[in-house]
Design a protein around this ligand. Structure first.
Ligand SMILES: [Zn+2]
Length: 499
């Protein structure tokens, strides 16, 4: 029987089959970051959910058009209240201590965009089909505002163009109306504009000719409301109706509710057929915050120690993020991370064993093909079932256990292991490092230095100079290198800073 891919739809609150509008072609959008600082592991938990949808859909042999944006235009601190008031996060960042190194706000946006893409690669997320930037779609945003004014879904005041929420009765359907009513109260407390007709109305265009990022529009100089960019970019790259829209649960209200209202008023069609939301992440059981000391950017974990990071294998971080289901709140702990660093080492050992078997294994029987095929299938089925990553990972751990119970592999078994590794990497992205950041300062000169120390230690032992051999081992330990004496001679690997 053909496989079917199921995802939980936040709009209907049901798990449903994914059936692309155009057969065999999935079109989906996932909200990207605002580039005013380094992305943290919570941001990446929801980017990884989108990455897993992308990977699973590709395994279904669908064509996938996947767009995820870069917000490089003011995202205001109170946009989360659907009010477009408060301070601009990017301007705030420029005026902070960190911001002193940037020539201007465009420079800051460019810098954090580059870093975002580096983190994206290091955690092994696939490049989306398109990564549009809000700043490069200003014309479309202005046209969208004009359309909403024309259709009577928007109105202009002396300093803002607002979307009129009462003109769109379905507003609040995604999040539940209770939240909308709570919000009315919340917004009433912060709202500044007496010309606003309904407290729920949100800004489409903010007139401000003193803002650091401003564009010319029919309503004078200013900048767009944050919610608008996703509406127009999804429409530009994916069409009027899309199959899936994803994002973090904090975006359900108001961001996604506002996106729906804007797009559906313009097109008259259903915007996204499915909404997929990733629950929040905590660290060591607490909300992540800088003051609590449990706030981690991706770089804090994966950069080499010499660059201020902890030198952790990025794929162990990814595996840790996969160890909880995206629809459950996730508690990121260093214990889980340590466990996954060991799992990753087992993957490395499995790769090494397979390579050795492919190079010089015998012609013996393929002892692993059947068991690995069954486990591949189990992983794929788990992913098809609403991205059940804990189950998918469990199957991979059984597989490494089965492989590593062998001291050596025949060529046939090694080929089966290799194809299992490829399949697992396609689906979960946890096998082959894209940029082995933690290993980066293990560049050639580092490796040469370690090789020389390991050889010196071997010589000292051969000459029964155990004091010298121990001294060298201490030196290696100080460099975070662990030496294992194996029948084939000593092997070394870098220890993560955590262990
Ligand atoms: Zn968005």
């Amino acid at each position: 029987m053909a496989h079917q891919f199921h995802l939980y739809n936040s709009l209907t609150r049901k798990k449903e089959p994914v059936e692309p509008l155009e057969e065999g072609h999935l079109r989906f959008y996932s909200c990207g970051p605002t580039v005013y600082s380094y992305a943290h592991i919570g941001n990446f938990r929801s980017f990884i959910t989108a990455d897993l949808i992308f990977r699973t859909a590709k395994k279904m042999r669908w064509k996938v058009t996947y767009a995820t944006n870069i917000t490089d235009v003011g995202h205001l601190t109170d946009d989360d209240l659907a009010d477009t008031s408060g301070e601009d996060r990017m301007v705030q960042a420029l005026q902070s201590k960190e911001g002193e190194r940037f020539a201007n706000i465009w420079d800051l946006a460019r810098y954090y965009t580059v870093i975002l893409q580096e983190d994206w690669m290091s955690l092994n997320l696939l490049e989306p089909t398109v990564r549009p930037r809000a700043s490069e779609h200003m014309r479309e945003q202005i046209i969208a505002v004009e359309q909403m004014l024309e259709s009577g879904n928007a109105y202009e005041t002396s300093n803002t163009v607002y979307f009129s929420v009462p003109s769109f009765p379905a507003y609040g359907r995604l999040s539940g109306n209770e939240a909308a009513e709570d919000l009315e109260q919340a917004v009433r407390d912060v709202v500044q504009d007496p010309e606003k007709k309904d407290p729920r109305d949100f800004a489409l265009w903010k007139k401000d000719d003193s803002h650091l990022m401003q564009w010319h529009s029919p309503w004078g100089w200013g900048f767009p409301g944050w919610h608008l960019e996703c509406s127009v970019m999804a429409q530009s790259y994916l069409g009027e109706e899309i199959d899936i829209h994803a994002g973090g649960e904090d975006l359900i209200f108001p961001h996604h509710e506002c996106e729906i209202a804007q797009t559906e008023c313009i097109t008259g069609k259903t915007f996204a057929r499915k909404w997929v939301h990733t629950r929040f992440l905590q660290v060591e059981g607490k909300k992540m915050s800088k003051s609590a000391g449990n706030f981690f950017t991706v770089r804090d974990l994966v950069l080499p120690k010499s660059e201020g990071g902890r030198g952790i294998d990025p794929l162990a971080v990814r595996m840790t993020l996969l160890s909880g289901h995206y629809r459950k709140p996730f508690n990121f702990t260093f214990d889980t991370l340590k466990t996954n660093i060991r799992h990753r080492e087992r993957f490395e050992d499995t790769i090494a064993l397979a390579e050795k078997g492919l190079d010089n294994g015998g012609d013996g029987a393929d002892e692993l093909g059947d068991v690995l095929n069954a486990l591949s299938d189990r992983t794929f089925k788990a992913m098809l079932d609403d991205l059940n990553t804990p189950e998918a990972l469990a199957a991979t751990f059984e597989a490494t256990k089965a492989v590593l119970s062998h001291e050596q592999l025949s060529k046939g078994s090694a080929a089966s292991v290799k194809s299992w590794l490829d399949h697992t990497n396609d689906l979960l992205g946890i096998v082959y490092a894209h940029t082995p950041r933690a290993m980066e300062d293990g560049d050639d000169s580092f490796a040469t230095e370690i090789d020389a120390l390991v050889a010196a230690r071997t010589r000292a032992r051969e000459e029964n100079d155990y004091a010298r051999a121990d001294e060298i081992r201490d030196e290696l330990t100080a460099l975070d290198v662990e030496v294992m004496d194996t029948p084939g001679g000593p092997r070394w690997k870098r220890r993560s800073a955590l262990l």
